[in-house]
Design a protein around this ligand. Structure first.
Ligand code: ADP
Ligand code: TYD
Length: 206
C-alpha cells in the first residue's frame, strides 16, 4: 500500500472532495490516516498560510518570497507532523505537496525550474509522496466549479490570478506527470466524483 499519497491539480479541480472520500475509505479499510492540506497543518504553517494567501498582498509579494514561504510552511509541517506520522505507521493523505510549488511557482510564476527543484529537495529531504494523483481539468471548468462552490467562498491571493497563469500551472502539472511516470498518475478530472474515486482506488498499490 502507498503510505504517502498526494492529490494535486489547479484550484477547483476537485482534489479536496476526493481527499475526504479517500480518507474515509482508507479508515474503513483499517488504516490509520493523517490528512494534511498545504500550506498549513501546524501552528506556524497556518500562520505562514495567512501571509501567503492574504489578498491584500496581491501585486506586492515577490515571487521568491512566495517560493520560500511555501517551503518554510512545508519544512515545519514535515518536521512536526509528516515525519512522526509515517514513523507511527499512518497513511499520509495530502491535499497538495511539493509538486504544487513546482507547478505554481516554477511553471506558473516562471521561476527557474532547477532552482525550485533544489529548494524542494532541501525542504522535503526524503519525505516525498510515493504516489501522486494529478487532476487534469480545463481552466474554464475549474473556474465554473469554484464559482458554484457555495461551501468554500474562496478568493485568496492565488485564486485571483488570471486564466493564463492557471494555463501555465496546468501545463506544469502535465509536464510533471510525464516526467515522473513511476509515481504520478494523471486523472481526467472533468469526470464525475464517483468515476474519479473509483479510478483512484483502483490505482492504489496493494
Ligand atoms: P479543490 O480542492 O481542487 O479546490 P474541491 O474538491 O473543493 O476542489 O471542489 C470544488 C467544487 O467542485 C466543489 O463545489 C465540489 O463539490 C465540486 N466538485 C468536485 N469534484 C467534482 C466533480 N468530479 N464533478 C463536479 N463537481 C465537482
Ligand atoms: P487552498 O485554498 O488550499 O487551495 P485549494 O483548495 O485549491 O487547494 O489554497 C492554496 C493555494 O496556494 C492554491 O491556490 C495553490 C497555491 N499553492 C502554491 O502556489 N504553491 C504551493 O506550494 C502550494 C502548496 C499551494
Amino acid at each position: 500500500m502507498d503510505r504517502f499519497i498526494c492529490l494535486e491539480g489547479i484550484d477547483g479541480c476537485g482534489k479536496s472532495t476526493q481527499v475526504a472520500a479517500l480518507g474515509d475509505f482508507l479508515e474503513k479499510e483499517g488504516f490509520k490516516v493523517l490528512r494534511i492540506r498545504e500550506p498549513g497543518g501546524t501552528e506556524i504553517s497556518e500562520a505562514i498560510r495567512q501571509v501567503i494567501l492574504n489578498p491584500g498582498y496581491k501585486d506586492k509579494m515577490n515571487d521568491l518570497t512566495e517560493l520560500f514561504l511555501y517551503n518554510a510552511a512545508r519544512a515545519q509541517l514535515i518536521h512536526e507532523v509528516v515525519k512522526p506520522a509515517l514513523r507511527k505507521g499512518f497513511v499520509v493523505l495530502a491535499d497538495r505537496f511539493a509538486y504544487s510549488t513546482l507547478a505554481y511557482q516554477g511553471f506558473g510564476r516562471g521561476l527557474d525550474i532547477e532552482m525550485v527543484k533544489n529548494l524542494l529537495r532541501m525542504a522535503c529531504g526524503v519525505f516525498f509522496p510515493n504516489k501522486t494523483f494529478i487532476f487534469d481539468i480545463p481552466v474554464s471548468l475549474s473556474k465554473e466549479r469554484r464559482s458554484n462552490d457555495t461551501v468554500n467562498k474562496r478568493d485568496d491571493r492565488i485564486e485571483k490570478e488570471q486564466d493564463d497563469f492557471f494555463e501555465r500551472v496546468r501545463h506544469g502539472y502535465l509536464t510533471i506527470a510525464k516526467e515522473n511516470p513511476e509515481t504520478c498518475v494523471l486523472i481526467n478530472a472533468a469526470r464525475s466524483k464517483e468515476d474519479i474515486f473509483e479510478f483512484i482506488v483502483s490505482h492504489l498499490k496493494d
